[in-house]
Write a protein that binds this ligand. Structure first.
Ligand SMILES: [Ca+2]
Length: 219
């Protein structure tokens, strides 16, 4: 069971129990019915630090009980969810005027900790945001204290200020979703390596959103 089909208020904490899990766990469900989103991350305030250890990225961190909802669900739970049912992964980025941009990744599956929570996915459709994840498919997850980026000359997670499926030495040139959420008023990247950003198709600016939501949609 996940958020799909639950009769919910628009945004709420729910206990779910995927068949792949040995015990139930709490997630944020957002929306109702067939379009309900199982949230992986909610970033609307810059105060929650995403420069975290492997254990934190594995198990999750942030607010699971209070009403600001800012959190990372945890790689182990994302692994359990995506091996239980087919999902589309979505990133929703909002800029200052509340315009939203989407990154959409069909058939997103995260492997086990034994192979570093590497992911697989299907070719994403064209959207205004460039395809950030396909070049990183198969790479294990990295944190500052568990550097799996494959390049000894750099610690990508440390450079970019948060965990991700980095591949060195470039790390991730198209997006950085777990860096510092600086929320610049002009919506564009200041250029520091550990800032949140996402490059756009056809436009020579990197978007620096004020808000990022990451979630799974049933497909
Ligand atoms: Ca490295």
């Amino acid at each position: 069971m996940d958020c799909k089909g639950l009769s919910l208020t628009p945004k709420t904490f729910q206990w779910i129990w995927p068949a792949t899990a040995s015990s139930p766990f709490q997630v944020v469900c957002h929306g109702v019915g067939a379009s309900a989103r199982t949230m992986i991350s909610w970033r609307t305030v810059p105060t929650l630090n995403f420069s975290r250890s492997w254990q934190d990225y594995k198990n999750g961190f942030g607010s699971f009980t209070s009403n600001d909802f800012n959190h990372w669900l945890g790689l182990e739970k994302v692994h359990l969810l995506t091996n239980n049912r087919a999902y589309q992964l979505r990133f929703s980025l909002a800029i200052q005027n509340n315009t939203q941009y989407f990154g959409v990744y069909p058939n997103f599956v995260v492997s086990s900790e034994a192979i570093g929570y590497a992911f697989s996915l299907s070719t994403p459709p064209d959207y205004p945001l460039l395809d950030c994840l396909s070049p990183l498919e198969g790479a294990p997850f990295s944190t500052y204290d568990n550097d799996n980026d494959g390049e000894t000359s750099v610690n990508c997670a440390q450079r970019h200020g948060g965990g991700f499926w980095f591949k060195g030495p470039e790390c991730s040139t198209i997006c950085n979703v777990f860096g510092q959420l600086l929320q610049p008023v002009d919506d564009s990247r200041s250029g520091i390596p550990d800032e949140v950003f996402w490059s756009m198709r056809h436009v020579a600016v990197d978007l620096a959103p004020k808000k990022i939501l990451i979630y799974l949609l049933n497909i």
